[in-house]
Design a protein around this ligand. Sequence first.
Ligand code: NCD
Length: 298
Amino acid sequence: MRHIISIGDFDREWIDSLLDHADRIDGKQYDSHALGGKILAVLFFEPSTRTRLSFESAIARLGGTSLTVGSVEACSIAKGETLADTIRVVSGYADAIVIRHPKEGAARLASEFSTVPVINAGDGAGQHPSQTLLDLYTIRQSMPIEGIDIALIGDLRYGRTAHSLASALSHYNARLHTLCPRGLELPETLSTRLAEKGMEIIPHENITDIIPEVDVLYVTRVQRERFPDSASYFNVSSSYRITPELLSDAKKHLIVLHPLPRVDEIDPRVDEMPHAKYFEQSRNGVPVRMAMLLQVMQ
Ligand code: NCD
């Protein structure tokens, strides 16, 4: 049994082979009954559009079905049941569990009580491995990942997609350029670990300095729900906005990615530019999550 909790648990060979598999799936090379009769439990205790629907689409395309709990209020956690008990019970109803939870470490905890594979679909400000795999898949569609210069922009403190992606990129000799509002820097434990792995991390203060330097701009939303109060959120929200004017200095092959949802970090006029890849990125969630489900459920 293989859980997928943190991207740091996997090596480059595993990641590359999963992305190769997703490529074959995208080219329609898969058995649409491969997971026939299998059930995926989708336990989302935080809002989601893309992750939940693309996991549900993925299991359906492979012939399986899903059981969904849409909110904390709708299940027995609202009656005081522990996550451990919920997971013990759900393990008896499904062949794998996808979980999103507001607390960091929740998916790891779930994996300790589950008798079926657990996939982390986001644990608080922790990790988001399925997003990272589709981010890498999208980069690879435009350029080799090896040796890229990538900018992580936005909320690097609470943004789990940025944490997971930065970890994965340490396998690919990427150079990490960072730009964030003061106080929203990458957690020190993570940046130290990345530096120990030999990753070069270059902090920037100005968006105009970063754009001409990089191959990939990875833009993130300030994670409002993780702030202690709304005043501290409004102090740092709307710090950066990617516009067509700013991108006039970009390398021709630069791609703009965003895990979505966006608030105001990317001007909608950018959507029409060849640099914009964020809607393709969200579409890539389906083949990548199909490959993940086949990996843990077959
Ligand atoms: C991200 C998440 O939930 O961490 N969304 C997603 O899964 N595509 C990013 C975000 O909410 O900002």
